[in-house]
Design a protein around this ligand. Structure first.
Ligand code: NAP
Length: 278
């Protein structure tokens, strides 16, 4: 199989390139192909003629999206449509990365793929609108929603906590937002399996189990053996430009349909810490 990864220089993209062995893999960052440029996207896809395109490229700065909505929509929605149109024309299959932010976070039980989108932020709206447009352009697209991504390939929550812990005696971390941390390596492996089984439709892909950011931070410092006090605070005390969903746990049912079981987030965190230290 030949696969093309757009967003190969990002946190997930780097893990995908590393984990995807046994097939021909072409990884491209924004320097090689800006997905806002429809002609350039078409040219790159037609040149390589991949069987699968994994679209991990996005404008992922959630607070930045509030200030630069034009960029958010041109990259995350219109760029995704450019890729879907090029994929369709070249007969390639497409897996698009989406987010828990397409939901409003008001549920108290895991979100199923059939739950109604109701994004509360510009980033969430750009992803939700991309999903709707992609399903119109290419009904057989695979949309993999994930959440709380961490890994060694870029900026992420565990890395930030450990860097802050090195210079502060105590850290305040929000305890009223719940979600599923997801290790880029485990997500990459699941995506590769989904492509190999010819998946289509919406799938939720996260590590299993869930926690609040405060509980996540507690586990990070405990596992890393760092002596720092972690204090629970509310989202209101840590106001950010973009609203975050209070509850964005994604149900594993859609992934189990493909026979894929994800490791528990605490196990994933321990493997991440080992990878980070190596
Ligand atoms: N991080 C999370 O917690 C999280 C949660 C849920 C869903 N997701 C989704 O998962 C996917 C991967 O996220 P990530 O955290 O790995 O992202 P990331 O580390 O921020 O990387 C973003 C990637 O997108 C590329 N990119 C940005 N703008 C582009 C453009 N105009 N044209 C082409 N490429 C462009 C970047 O390329 P350059 O570096 O070369 O500029 C980079 O490779 C994204 O779709 C994201 O929305 C992430």
């Amino acid at each position: 199989m030949k696969a093309m990864i757009l967003g190969a220089t990002g946190l997930l993209g780097k893990a995908l390139v590393r984990e995807w062995t046994g097939d021909e893999v072409i990884g491209l960052g924004s320097g090689a192909v800006d997905i806002r440029d429809a002609a350039r996207v078409r040219e790159a896809v037609e040149k390589s003629l991949p069987e699968w395109i994994v679209l991990a490229a996005a404008y992922t700065d959630v607070d930045g999206c509030e200030a630069h909505a034009d960029v958010a929509f041109s990259v995350n929605r219109d760029g995704a449509v450019n890729v879907a149109q090029a994929a369709k024309q070249a007969g390639a299959k497409l897996l698009f990365l989406s987010s828990d932010y397409v939901f409003d976070g008001k549920k108290t039980s895991p979100y199923e793929v059939s739950d109604v989108r109701n994004p509360q932020s510009v980033y969430g709206r750009s992803k939700a609108e991309a999903e709707v447009r992609l399903l119109e352009v290419m009904p057989e697209v695979c949309i993999a929603r994930t959440s709380w991504l961490f890994g060694t390939g870029g900026k992420c929550f565990p890395d930030t906590i450990l860097k802050l812990a090195a210079s502060r005696p105590a850290l305040d971390v929000v305890n009223d937002q719940r979600g599923c941390p997801t290790y880029a390596v485990d997500l990459a492996r699941a995506i590769i399996s989904l492509c190999r089984t010819g998946a289509c439709g919406i799938v939720h892909v996260t590590n299993s189990g869930n926690c609040s950011w405060f509980e996540f931070a507690q586990e990070i410092v405990k596992d890393a053996g760092v002596a720092v006090e972690v204090r629970p605070v509310s989202s209101a005390q840590m106001a950010r430009p973009a609203p975050r969903p209070a509850y964005s746990v994604l149900s594993a049912t859609s992934l189990q349909h493909y026979g894929i079981e994800m490791p528990e987030w605490k196990d994933a965190l321990r493997r991440y810490l080992k990878e980070r230290a190596s």
